[in-house]
Design a protein around this ligand. Structure first.
Ligand SMILES: Cc1cc2nc3c(=O)[nH]c(=O)nc-3n(C[C@H](O)[C@H](O)[C@H](O)COP(=O)(O)OP(=O)(O)OC[C@H]3O[C@@H](n4cnc5c(N)ncnc54)[C@H](O)[C@@H]3O)c2cc1C
Length: 503
């Protein structure tokens, strides 16, 4: 029977990063992936002459070679060579009949623009950015093995003080005018919870990182990041098996021992890292007669599954310039109040709508004289669950028509006559592809009661079984490309430590 030091289930961002980490430490590492290619969400697909980016709007925490953020440093540390691109604008925000503005990156230009838009808001905007920086530093410090409670209580006191604030409460507490709150709360759509629930320090960190490090992208598509990590893994002695779905994690005496594949094959390993949702791990992958650990199970049941997406991929037979598209990221909020847009972000109503034109960052990302649009809104799997199979395509077609109309009406840019390819992904598409509950790519909502500090403190109690760790979007360290790469690295390092202790 085959034996490995480490088996990683799933070749998503978290799984690949974990596997590179353990393989580079000399542990015999095997990744098992149910698809025939790596990446999970971080992939691309082809229709006609277009290769579409499947998931990445923008990378947080990349930075430049002079000011590298976590993602750039991690890829450098892995020796994974990537040609990165940096976007100079944060986003173009449109609230019909109310706002039409573009926010710049860089602390000073950003603060100046916010002050111009909402006179008097600058001190509170600076406070929010400071808190974002502090929260990042505090989080890194808290994860160090020798972190001292005294340092946390003195140097990072504001981090602890704001720990269980909602974004609404935090913004009020720092005296931010309502209009400035509404503008900055546009970011809820990347964080996946309404500002009256969303953890304030998570909001501060994301805004700070986008403003300071700029939104980033790999040249080409995010699938190339996955391929780069795959080749780095192989060079480090690791293996990946595709078309290899894990159906069972073997547990003996409360400790992980190996896995069983769909084809019945058993593979043994001393350590397992699952790039899967805890719902799948406890619900489907552990034999019924193995007792479930109480705390992680309660946590998995108590948390709210993050938002579900509906996305549209359009190939246009005109260039961005010819069409008049001049900003990479345009966000249309149907109402100035983020709580209203959150409630209406269900696929049927018009709540939040994100439009990305990759050619603005990577001009040759589609054939010459063409461009692509990646349009994202939120969905509701309970709606799609009730749709009859014979109506599925009819409803998708209607949605595509509606969203194209909505985009044209709100941006004043005509695209309909130039559409050459169009595809629509619903929560059902993501569910089938990712194997996550309701198809969410975001794990769990990061709410005020399930905030950074409580997640940090429960990180080591994550699975309840010895030698089984969880990474990816539903792990404690939150979702998104940057945090999944980081979380994979953290779980990989913890596994290396477990392996050293076992010797
Ligand atoms: C449309 C869209 C837009 C997004 N935009 C952004 C963005 O702009 N910025 C950002 O930071 N994040 C964004 N995200 C979120 C980000 O992509 C995810 O949070 C992140 O990629 C999740 O990584 P993961 O490690 O959880 O792996 P996943 O992407 O969930 O992949 C898990 C992998 O495990 C495999 N797997 C699952 N179960 C098994 C099993 N039993 N056996 C074998 N293999 C298995 C799956 O096939 C899959 O390949 C977006 C996601 C989507 C879908």
């Amino acid at each position: 029977m085959e034996r490995y030091d480490v088996i990683v289930i799933g070749a998503g961002n978290g799984g690949l990063s974990a596997a590179v980490t353990t393989a580079q430490a000399g542990l015999k590492t095997l990744v098992l992936e149910r698809h025939n290619l790596p990446g999970g969400s971080a992939t691309s697909f082809v229709r006609g002459r277009f290769e579409f980016e499947a998931a990445l709007h923008e990378l947080c925490d990349l930075g430049t070679s002079e000011h590298p953020g976590t993602v750039r440093k991690l890829f450098e540390q892995y020796g994974a060579d990537v040609d990165w691109r940096i976007e100079q604008k944060l986003f173009h925000l449109i609230v019909p009949n109310d706002l039409d503005l573009v926010l710049p990156t860089g602390i000073e230009p950003f603060c100046a623009k916010m002050e111009e838009l909402v006179p008097g808001c600058e001190p509170s905007v600076r406070k929010l950015l400071d808190l974002g920086k502090l929260a990042g530093e505090a989080q890194s410090y808290a994860m160090k093995p020798n972190a001292s409670k005294l340092v946390m209580m003195t140097k990072y006191a504001d981090f602890l003080r704001m720990a269980s604030c909602t974004t609404d409460e935090g913004m009020e507490a720092i005296g931010m005018p309502k209009k400035a709150q509404n503008i900055l709360n546009t970011y809820w759509c990347y964080l996946g919870a309404a500002p009256d629930q969303l953890d304030f320090l998570t909001t501060c960190q994301m805004i700070y990182k986008y403003v300071y490090y700029n939104p980033g992208m790999p040249n080409k598509k995010s699938h190339n990041l996955s391929l780069t990590l795959e080749s780095t893994l192989r060079k480090s002695g690791g293996e990946i098996w595709y078309n290899s779905e894990v159906v069972q994690i073997l547990i003996e005496n409360n400790s992980a021992k190996g896995v069983v594949l769909k084809n019945g094959k058993t593979i043994l390993a001393k350590h397992i890292i699952a790039d899967c949702s805890p719902a799948a791990v406890y619900g489907k992958m552990i034999a019924d007669d193995v007792p479930r650990p109480e705390i992680p199970l309660r946590l998995a049941n108590a948390r709210s599954i993050a938002l579900e997406l509906e996305t549209m991929y359009i190939g246009l037979n005109r260039s961005a310039e010819e069409l008049g598209i001049d900003t990479y990221s345009t966000i249309i909020m149907s109402d100035e109040d983020p709580e209203v847009t959150f409630t209406k972000s269900n696929g049927t109503d018009k709540g939040t709508f994100i439009a990305n034109c990759l050619n603005l960052i990577i001009p040759d990302s589609s054939p010459k004289g063409t461009c692509t649009l990646f349009l994202t809104t939120f969905g509701d799997s309970s709606f799609w669950g009730k749709v009859k199979p014979e109506d599925y395509y009819k409803i998708k077609n209607q949605r595509m028509r509606d969203w194209v109309d909505y985009y044209e009406k709100n941006t004043g840019i005509t695209i309909r006559p130039y559409i050459e390819e169009i595809a629509y992904a619903t929560p059902a598409t993501f569910c089938r592809y990712l194997n996550t509950p309701n198809g969410t790519p975001y794990g769990y909502q990061v709410t005020y009661w399930d905030n950074i500090i409580s997640r940090l403190t429960s990180m080591d109690k994550e699975t309840g079984y010895k030698n089984l760790r969880i990474t990816g979007a539903a792990a404690e360290n939150i979702d998104g490309y940057n945090l999944c790469y980081l979380n994979g690295n953290i779980q990989g390092r913890k596994t290396i430590k477990d392996a050293e202790e076992d010797r």
